[in-house]
Design a protein around this ligand. Structure first.
Ligand code: GLN
Length: 198
């Protein structure tokens, strides 16, 4: 497709294949990113679900963490799901030993906020600005946004008021995994953001 946005998916660990499939389905050129040269070729980046401590460690070992931090600080559009949201957060509560994030989103994110794997659940969530039915959201050892700083805007809450999706300029983060439930609206919104910046 001529002029399709080139969107990377951080492919160090986690469910990056599912994100690559959704982005391809939506007409983007989807590129797995493991090295700095690959990062340099993309107009936006998705950070997948998985294990944020592992992705953080691998990114530092692969020499990708510093270039990625610089890109995000420079305005690279990015969308993080679950572990990806943790990696995009400026502040992480209950981080693993020595765990770092890339930052960008002016939020505090609490890891494993609902408990362990057995406490995973699915529920419907209303998202500000989305047309159509609520989002059917899968929470898998999911984080929650504990506090939202002035630069970021919450766009989805659980019924108890806890924030599970945020937006800040070209950055988007969700506690849950649209890439595994056939929900396309987040990726579509993200691609619109990427296209608008080209
Ligand atoms: N609990 C994981 C972490 O801390 C995130 C889980 C997920 O991405 N599904 O990174």
């Amino acid at each position: 497709m001529v002029g399709a946005p080139r969107v990377g998916v951080l492919a160090l660990q986690g469910d990056f294949r599912e994100h690559l499939a959704v982005l391809t389905e939506l007409g983007a050129v989807a590129i797995p990113v493991r090295r700095e040269q690959e990062l340099d070729q993309v107009d936006g980046l998705v950070l997948p679900g998985g294990e944020s401590t592992v992705i953080d460690k691998l990114a530092r070992n692969f020499g990708l963490a510093e270039p990625l931090k610089a890109k995000l600080a420079g305005g690279l559009p990015a969308y993080g799901t679950c572990a990806g949201l943790i990696l995009l957060a400026d502040r992480v509560v209950d981080a693993g030993p020595g765990q770092q994030s890339f930052g960008g989103l002016d939020v505090s994110v609490r890891r494993n906020a609902f408990g362990g794997q057995v406490d995973s659940f699915e529920t419907d969530v209303l998202v500000d600005g989305f047309e159509g039915p609520p989002v059917h959201a899968a929470f898998i050892r999911a984080p929650v946004v504990d506090s939202v700083g002035p630069a970021a805007t919450p766009i989805a809450h659980l019924t108890d008021g806890r924030v599970v999706a945020v937006r800040q300029g070209a950055l988007l983060g969700t506690s849950f995994h649209p890439e595994i439930t056939g929900e396309l609206r987040f990726h579509r919104a993200f691609l619109d953001t990427v296209a608008a910046r080209l």
